[in-house]
Design a protein around this ligand. Sequence first.
Ligand SMILES: Nc1ncnc2c1ncn2[C@@H]1O[C@H](COP(=O)(O)OP(=O)(O)OP(=O)(O)O)[C@@H](O)[C@H]1O
Ligand SMILES: [Mg+2]
Length: 150
Amino acid sequence: MSIAFKHVDYTYQAGTPLATPALTDISLTVPDHGYLAIIGHTGSGKSTLIQQLNALLKPTAGEIQIDQFTITPQTTNAALKPLRQHVGMVFQFPESQLFEETIQKDIAFGPRNFGASIDQANQLATTMLDLVGLDASYAQRSPFDLSGGQ
Ligand SMILES: Nc1ncnc2c1ncn2[C@@H]1O[C@H](COP(=O)(O)OP(=O)(O)OP(=O)(O)O)[C@@H](O)[C@H]1O
Ligand SMILES: [Mg+2]
């Protein structure tokens, strides 16, 4: 999956007296299978930038290319659904987002919300556990037994 930002701006509450510019003219590329670390002062816009990657926030100017998806200020939410199915985000305190009694159910919550059947979602959960290097014995354990990194 390759990522390209082209002259991206993001302003919170754009067009109101409370407008706060957070990103100004950001251009960057991340090649397929690449890694990118973003560092910067508190308030410099790191969280605002990563929320563009699955379009939790859309740019107020410029363009973002993620594989075959193009996000501009005009892109509709309907057009973004396939992108949101594709791009995951791990938040700063993932522990506080866990809520099911088993790890399998917690993972299956996402696909269930995208219309998968229980069987399909459980199958995906098994696949995803394997993808991140956790063996099948984790499926029925409590998500609160995981370490932060896991
Ligand atoms: N929901 C919001 N409404 C208005 N302004 C916001 C909002 N969220 C962030 N900002 C502002 O946008 C700018 C960038 O904030 P952001 O959260 O992206 O910074 P950050 O680099 O992630 O900071 P930290 O290192 O503290 O997590 C800051 O000036 C912040 O005050
Ligand atoms: Mg942040």
